[in-house]
Design a protein around this ligand. Structure first.
Ligand code: CA
Length: 275
């Protein structure tokens, strides 16, 4: 078995390094041709002040799944895994992950199909493609389909961990793309509104009005404020366009027994109540 190392002590025989380090050595590279046979030092413990982030691994090769589960846990991540595209998609859409590591050749939905569904359902979720398909076209196709980065097998765990850290940082800095309140979920990128998962059809103006109300929820907003923010110009002060559109929203967003929590504040305007 061929042994390689990514550490600075790579010139030493493995047996000597094992003797030097009491803790077990960890496999750091996996893929065809490497037989999982390279090692480096254990990584330091994660900072307990940082809540663990969850990585979803969608991969059908059990050896790689084991390798990623152990390696990413050692880097301080929680790991969930799925052995096929359908299960992986279900977990990802269910909100189980902060980042996805996605194999391309999968049983069920393949990697590209999973990417397409995630672009529609959770466009802000970062996805790193992990694939044996090294050709430029395949990578470009994956990136075009919404992946943020890719690694080709064989890959180094250290490199994957570094890319995961980078993508989680980007995701944290990005402004939130989803607003949630009162059973409503508004996807600002896809411009979609769902109530308890069901897609609702809103016009552009209704959508803008809802987003404005939600972004200022808990605050009383005057009709003039709403007019300027949503319609963008000074209206005839006598206009009732705000009231008309609030009426549309109430009809479209409410269900019997669960009205949308938009309160009329007498002689002032409206307030979206925080449930
Ligand atoms: Ca595969």
């Amino acid at each position: 078995m061929r042994l390689r190392s990514t550490s600075s002590e790579s010139s030493q025989p493995l047996s000597r390094r094992s003797a030097l380090h009491e803790k077990p050595l960890r496999c750091s590279r996996f893929g065809p041709g490497t037989e999982g046979a390279t090692y480096d030092r254990p990584v330091p413990s994660p900072d307990p002040a940082i809540p663990p982030r969850t990585i979803l691994v969608i991969e059908d090769e059990p050896g790689i799944v084991d390798f990623l589960e152990q390696g990413l846990r050692a880097h301080g991540y929680q790991v969930v895994s799925a052995g096929d595209g359908d299960r992986g998609l279900e977990l990802a859409l269910g909100g189980a992950a902060d980042l996805v590591v996605l194999d391309m050749m999968l049983p069920g939905r393949d990697g590209l199909e999973v990417l397409g569904e995630l672009e529609r359902g959770r466009p802000a979720l970062p996805v790193i493609i992990l694939t044996a398909l090294g050709e430029v076209e395949q990578r470009v196709t994956g990136l075009d389909a919404g992946a943020v980065d890719y690694l080709t097998k064989p890959f180094s765990l250290q490199e994957l961990a570094a890319r995961i850290r980078a993508q989680l940082r980007v995701a944290e800095q990005a402004p939130s793309t989803t607003l949630r309140s009162a059973g409503l979920e508004i996807n600002l990128l896809a411009r979609e509104v769902r109530r308890d998962g069901e897609l609702l059809r809103l016009t552009t103006t209704e959508f803008e009005l809802l987003v404005y109300l939600l972004r200022h929820r808990g605050r009383v907003l005057s009709r003039e404020q709403i007019l300027r923010a949503v319609w963008g110009y000074e209206h005839d002060p006598g206009t009732n366009v705000v009231d008309v559109y609030i009426g549309y929203l109430r009809r479209k967003l409410g269900v019997p027994g669960h009205p949308v929590p938009i309160t009329t504040v007498r002689s002032v305007g409206y307030r979206f109540d925080e449930p």
